[in-house]
Ligand binder design. Structure first.
Ligand SMILES: NC(=O)c1ccc[n+]([C@@H]2O[C@H](COP(=O)([O-])OP(=O)(O)OC[C@H]3O[C@@H](n4cnc5c(N)ncnc54)[C@H](OP(=O)(O)O)[C@@H]3O)[C@@H](O)[C@H]2O)c1
Length: 192
């Protein structure tokens, strides 16, 4: 590794951005770029990773997910474990949801962000899956990315970005943090 690194060290101090809303993508991924196995399992994501992800959601309080991720989280009763975060689920399907912490929306990424801005929301976390990550990347709306890199390579699965991105994206590394043994968190700013 050829940059300053120490457990929990900051290598760059975030500049205050003069923008209405900060859009943060947060994902756990394998070293070879997958966010889940073909059977949707994310067994490679560690307890420390989950802790870090939960802390981010607790801080940001608003998250956007795709319908497939929603279904998987609902099956795993994950919405019961994550407190103090409101989830916006993107889908064209009309889903009846009784949980007051979940909003089903058929808006496009841009329209959803406009709507959240209108509601006075200052930061939102894009939490996958790969299709939703791609949809947001394509709009150029993502400001920063937190990537928790797990020390495994799985060869195939659900990629971090579900579609080939057509936009050139350049990133600035802001922080590298050790999450646990052999696990790194990379924090990038998307250069605009
Ligand atoms: N490692 C991690 O941190 C992490 C985090 C989250 C998820 N995951 C994994 O990611 C996988 C799911 O990802 P995925 O890519 O298959 O699905 P996804 O992104 O979760 O959901 C895709 C669905 O969202 C809906 N959608 C609404 N607006 C969309 C838009 N603009 N573009 C694309 N889709 C839109 C579509 O459903 P409709 O047809 O209903 O509109 C689409 O089929 C699972 O295996 C899950 O375990 C991993």
């Amino acid at each position: 590794m050829n940059f300053p690194f120490r457990k929990g060290s900051k290598v760059y101090i975030a500049k205050k951005e003069n923008k209405e809303m900060r859009i943060t993508l947060y994902m756990a991924m394998t070293l070879d770029g997958f966010i889940a196995r073909d059977d949707d399992s994310t067994d490679f994501a560690s307890k420390n990773e989950w802790k870090s992800f939960s802390a981010m959601l607790k801080k940001v309080k608003y998250a956007v997910i795709g319908k497939r991720t929603y279904n998987i989280m609902a099956q795993g009763k994950e919405f019961e474990k994550i407190k103090n975060c409101h989830f916006f689920v993107m889908t064209k399907e009309k889903i009846k949801e009784d949980n007051k912490s979940i909003t089903i929306t058929n808006k496009s990424p841009k329209d959803l962000i406009k709507e959240l801005e209108k509601r006075g929301i200052k930061q939102v976390c894009i939490c996958g899956g790969g299709m939703i990550n791609s949809a947001f990347l394509e709009t150029g709306l993502i400001d920063e990315m937190y990537l928790d890199v797990m020390p495994v390579m799985i060869g195939k699965g659900i990629p971090l970005f579900g579609k080939k991105n057509t936009k050139k994206v350049t990133l600035e590394l802001k922080e590298v943090k050790e999450l646990g043994k052999n696990e790194m968190q990379l924090h990038y700013r998307v250069k605009k």
